[in-house]
Design a protein around this ligand. Structure first.
Ligand code: A3P
Length: 306
């Protein structure tokens, strides 16, 4: 049998969640995956700053040593658990098998698709959340450049698909709410993109403390500089330009696109915003989880300590 065609295929359902077609192949591998007690899991809904927090975690674990952090590309240093691309024989699980402990594992999986052994082993987990409107804009642009995603649609159609949870990994609402709940009974650090953007030092200190590290001011400043959007955008080890263009086509939209809070205002029409707000209010009622969608009046900082 030849290599299955995985580019621009429709999403495939896995236990009720729409999944990137390629990742859904041989799903048994995910159920069989064995976590180790010292694994560190970085989880996010896609486009919430996964790459950013990943590079921060690597810098924290390496005491701010930029040379050590340039030892390999981000996808090898911090493999993505569910990644599978048969054409180039790229598999997150295969990478992880040969990764020495302590491994840092990236995933976008919702809580109930995450391999059980990672919960059972009480692995430390860092969840980074970003406001839904900026995620929608970022995810729309990602669809344009990521050939493992279905055929892109118009922005108008995309907003409705996002609200319906008809995007890879399903509903943003379900994702953030269920991961937030996990905080209650699992070692999980819940961070916000918006907090990290506005107060990187405080947030990086939280990461360090969660990982059992104490970093001096100079090291913290070095980490902030190395992981700023401007630096990461031009760093070929983290900006995803190393992947084959058959997977990601940066000429359609760069992976490191804008890295700001509130870009949604450049895309949402008044009508789209009203529809979005109505669904948001319904979906988020009954949760203590709060987000900010603009730079001023940011409320999530206070809630992230909840
Ligand atoms: P935009 O498309 O809004 O620019 P992920 O890594 O989860 O796929 O998220 C990608 C988003 O995070 C993109 O958002 C990208 O630009 C942004 N990003 C990546 N590195 C960043 C950094 N150092 N600071 C701020 N945003 C960053």
């Amino acid at each position: 049998m030849g290599t299955p065609e995985v580019r621009r295929k429709d999403l495939k359902m896995i236990n009720g969640y729409p999944m990137v077609y390629a990742f859904a192949l041989n799903w048994e591998r995910m159920e069989e995956f064995q976590g180790r007690p010292d694994d560190i899991v970085i989880s996010t809904f896609p486009k919430s700053g996964t790459t950013w927090i990943s590079e921060i975690v690597d810098m924290v674990l390496n005491d701010g040593d930029t040379e050590k952090c340039k030892r390999d590309v981000i996808t090898t240093k911090i493999p993505m658990l569910e990644l599978y691309e048969p054409e180039h024989n790229i598999s997150g699980i295969e990478f992880l098998k040969t990764t020495p402990s302590p491994r840092v594992i990236k995933t976008h999986l919702p809580t109930d698709l995450l391999p059980k052994s990672l919960w059972e082993n009480k692995c430390k987990m860092i969840y980074m959340a970003r406001n839904a409107k900026d995620v929608t804009v970022s995810y729309y642009h990602f669809d344009l450049m990521n050939n493992l995603h279905p055929v892109p649609c118009t922005w108008e159609e995309y907003v409705l698909k996002f609200l319906d949870g008809n995007v890879p990994y399903g509903s943003w609402f379900n994702h953030v709410k269920t991961w937030w709940e996990k905080k209650k009974d699992h070692p999980l650090l819940f961070l916000y993109y918006e907090d990290l953007k506005q107060n990187p030092k405080e947030e990086i200190k939280k990461v360090a403390s969660f990982l059992g590290k104490t970093l001096d001011e100079k090291t913290l400043d070095k980490i902030i500089h190395h992981t700023s959007f401007e630096m990461m955008k031009d760093n070929p080890m983290v900006n995803y330009t190393h992947l084959p263009s058959s997977m990601m086509d940066h000429s359609k939209s760069p992976f490191m696109r804008k890295g700001t809070i509130g870009d949604w205002k450049n895309y949402f029409t008044v009508a789209q915003n009203e529809i979005f707000d109505a669904v948001y209010e319904k979906e988020m009622s009954g949760t203590t989880l709060k987000f900010c969608t603009e730079i001023q009046s940011c409320c999530c900082k206070f809630l992230s300590d909840y």
